[in-house]
Design a protein around this ligand. Structure first.
Ligand SMILES: [Zn+2]
Length: 313
């Protein structure tokens, strides 16, 4: 049994072949063919899958954005510029006899955590993938939940501050606008301009293009006051978002994935304490780093390709 999983993003297409025991046995990654029509992207992806293995039993595709996983439609995916695209049907042209499933990428990652990672044996769990934006995946009653109307679960676009910074979705003060890696970068860039004595300035030699989230977090670890201030404000934002989630769902586990989660306990420890303070329920919520890391997208898509087989046919 060989399942293929795609993790498609605005900058890359990653694909892996997954063995019977859920190991990635072959993988490839190419830059996303930006600006090309979806039919061409589908052809490139079909070729990639065929290069990986000559036996394919199922295909799963994870993509950022609003996905109708029942109809196999990409409704809105800004990062890849797909709007109302029947992507599953297009892939079916290349693999007419193989089950294909398409899913929001954070949903796919949450599904991987449920089957193999930090959500194993959980009934209620929330995944936040924190990178350039924020993706959210929700496990309810032991199953992946894609919203009551199947529109999705957009934790990144819950609103924290109606007068807050503009979000990629056009609204203001969304969780994504205040808790993503992009927020840390923006504050780091401001610091380079406003605080030439800060470590962020020294490390980047005053060049704002060199600021990334890891650099700011590293400077905070080394107790640079400017970076510590950014990091504290970041944890304040993120803990507010998570406290709201606990009020709504009272989840068993909250896992953080994506680049920012690599800060590990340096982030998680103060975050747990602030969430406890801000939550309605005063329990020490289990807030952990997602276990499957960058492979969650590939593995989750591949598993969905298999597990959703019946629903698809
Ligand atoms: Zn938003």
């Amino acid at each position: 049994m060989t399942r293929i999983g795609f993790d498609v993003g605005g900058t890359k297409i990653a694909v892996g072949a997954i063995s019977e025991d859920y190991q990635i046995i072959a993988r490839r990654q190419i830059p996303f063919p930006t600006g090309r029509p979806y039919k061409e992207v589908a052809r490139v992806m079909a070729d990639l899958a065929k290069e990986l293995t000559d036996r394919i039993d199922s295909i799963g595709i994870g993509m950022p954005g609003e996905i109708d996983n029942k109809k196999g439609l990409v409704i809105r995916a800004h990062n890849v510029q797909f709007y109302e695209v029947p992507f599953k049907d297009e892939m079916k042209n290349y693999f007419p006899d193989i089950p294909i499933h398409i899913e929001n990428d954070a949903n796919a990652a949450a599904f991987a955590e449920l089957k193999l990672g930090s959500f194993k044996n959980c009934k209620t769990a929330v995944l936040l993938t924190i990178g350039t934006g924020i993706g959210g995946g929700l496990i309810l009653d032991g199953k992946l939940f894609n919203g009551g109307m199947n529109h999705g679960v957009e934790i990144g676009h819950m609103r924290l501050d109606s007068r807050g910074p503009l979000c990629s979705c056009g609204n203001r003060g969304c969780v994504e606008a205040l808790c993503s890696g992009s927020w840390i970068i923006r504050e780091g860039k401001k610091a380079v301009i406003e605080y030439p004595k800060s470590m962020i300035y020294t490390r980047t030699q005053g060049n704002i293009d060199r600021v990334d989230a890891k650099l700011v977090i590293d400077c905070a670890k080394e107790e640079d006051p400017v970076a510590v201030d950014i990091f504290n404000r970041y944890i304040d934002n993120l803990s507010s978002a998570i406290a709201s989630i606990t009020a709504l769902l009272d989840p068993e586990v909250i896992a953080l994935g994506g680049g920012v989660s690599r800060a590990g306990e340096f982030l998680l420890e103060p975050l747990r304490e602030l969430v406890r303070q801000k939550s309605f329920f005063k329990y020490p919520y289990k807030i952990v780093a997602a276990e499957l890391g960058n492979d969650a997208g590939i593995i989750g898509s591949a598993l969905l390709g298999e597990f959703k087989k019946e629903a698809d046919e």
